[in-house]
Design a binder for this molecule. Structure first.
Ligand code: HAM
Length: 439
């Protein structure tokens, strides 16, 4: 019997895995530029961690957690996100004890949510994220938002909107929730069962409802901005203007409340603008400020801010917007038609790999035609062909497999020549947009 992958999971294979690694490395590299250090927390945590942090009014806790009893009778949950685990780790390891704030961590890893699989929505997916705890500041909030923005830019995704909102301080939120309760009680009979529950536990969650009839009712609901204190309004304005000073435009979305209960103050999301032929996969990432989360999981009352980006969603958008000619593959394919040349190529391949080239070669003798087919299958950019004559003269022919141009190169120059040929190859393939119209 064939065993299928579990619904909502996916295998990430070869070129796609390369893309994931590239995105994750870029993300972690960017976080390190801002002074974030990596943290790796367990995939399994005690269930109450998520009840206390992500919150009982969230869909994640209510409907989406993979929770089971282990052989010792403990309730264990596969993490639906990493923020709660990072906070738990700060407490378990007393990382706050020396008072050296902010504590700044970045991470990548799998998360699990029992959601209905669809474009950009999996049951096992990967997140990159950062958390900064213990030194609340408008600059800290802006820094975290800027990290996500820089990652999107680095991946070549500039067609992105940064939505921002404030959930205000405790007083503002209390007043706003009251206003929402009053408004929605008048409409609740017509609303979905989830919203009926949300009205009881946390009316803010109703703003997140995706049921079309409910969305219509939400449109006329009171707006958070009308309930924000002067301080919260000024805080949001300052974060927006700091972001502007580093070239990041934001758009205030008063219905942005995020799906997790721990947020207070500034919240944000990154959305890719609609492009024909590219599925709408929802937010590429999001996050926000949390004043009480560390205390809720047993630590001191230190505020924090964080963000998480969905690696699957980033990979999908990068792939869909990539120049279709850009294929991940070998830089060079070494072609050997005799055993002697294969033996020589093995040494040459070793040298080229040592100099950072991606190299493929054949180990069994084949005709030149068969070798060109093999090089194409490997998406090789250049072929290196060594004939008997050249072999003796310590020369090789380098063939650009796209333009078919062939050049004779001395072995001692090969490293330099290949580097410049590859640079030119990439420059021709992805011309830099100078902003000038082509004549
Ligand atoms: P979140 O908005 O629940 O926030 O998830 C962050 C990102 O993870 C989403 O924007 C999306 O790209 C991706 N994501 C979520 N669910 C799925 C899914 N089922 N399949 C694929 N990708 C998904 C958090 O998780 C917070 N911990 C963010 C944060 C960090 N807030 C403060 N610090």
């Amino acid at each position: 019997m064939e065993i299928n992958p579990v619904k909502g999971t996916h295998d990430i294979i070869a070129d796609e895995a390369y893309l994931y690694t590239m995105i994750e490395n870029a993300a972690m590299g960017i976080a390190s530029l801002y002074g974030y250090k990596e943290i790796r927390t367990p995939i399994i945590e005690h269930t109450p961690l998520f009840l206390r942090s992500v919150g009982e009014s969230s869909d994640i806790v209510n409907k989406e957690m993979y929770t089971f009893e282990d052989k010792g009778g403990r309730s264990i949950t596969l993490r639906p996100e990493l923020t709660a685990g990072v906070m738990r780790s700060i407490v378990s390891n007393k990382l706050y004890a020396n008072g050296d704030f902010p504590i700044k961590f970045c991470y990548v890893g799998p998360c699990f949510r029992y959601e209905r699989p669809q474009a950009g929505r999996y049951r096992q997916f990967n997140q990159f994220g950062v958390e900064a705890v213990g030194a609340p500041s408008v600059y800290q909030d802006a820094e975290v938002i800027a990290i996500g923005h820089r990652l999107l830019n680095t991946l070549g995704l500039d067609n992105v909107k940064v939505l921002i909102n404030s959930l205000g301080d405790e007083e503002s939120r209390k007043a706003y929730k009251e206003a929402l309760r009053e408004y929605f009680s008048k409409h609740i009979d017509k609303m979905c069962p989830d919203c009926k529950r949300r009205l009881e536990v946390n009316p803010l969650r109703i703003l997140d409802c995706k049921v079309p009839e409910d969305v219509e009712i939400v449109k006329n609901a009171p707006k958070m901005t009308d309930y924000l204190s002067q301080e919260s309004k000024a805080y949001l304005r300052t974060v927006i203007s700091i972001l502007k000073s580093v070239g990041i435009e934001t758009e205030v979305d008063t219905n942005l409340v995020r799906g997790l209960d721990y947020y207070t103050g500034v919240v944000f999301e990154y959305h890719f603008a609609k492009v024909e032929g590219v599925d709408n996969v929802g937010a590429l990432g999001g996050g926000g400020h949390y004043a009480n989360l560390l205390a809720e999981v047993g630590g001191p009352k230190e505020e924090g801010i964080g963000l998480a980006m969905g690696v699957e969603r980033l990979a999908y958008i990068v792939k869909s917007t990539l120049n279709p000619n850009t294929k991940i593959g070998a830089d060079v394919y070494l072609m050997g038609m005799t055993d002697d040349i294969i033996e020589q190529n093995f040494v040459l391949a070793d040298m080229l790999r040592g100099n950072g080239f991606i190299v493929e070669m054949n180990y069994a003798t084949k005709s030149l035609g068969a070798l060109f087919k093999a090089a194409n299958r490997k998406n090789a950019k250049f072929a290196i062909i060594v004939g008997e004559d050249e072999f003796n003269k310590k020369e090789v022919s380098v063939k650009n497999l796209k333009s078919q141009e062939q050049t004779l190169v001395k072995l001692e120059d090969l490293d330099n020549v290949l580097h410049s040929m590859l640079n030119k190859y990439y420059a021709d393939e992805n011309p830099v947009d100078t902003g000038k119209e082509e004549q």
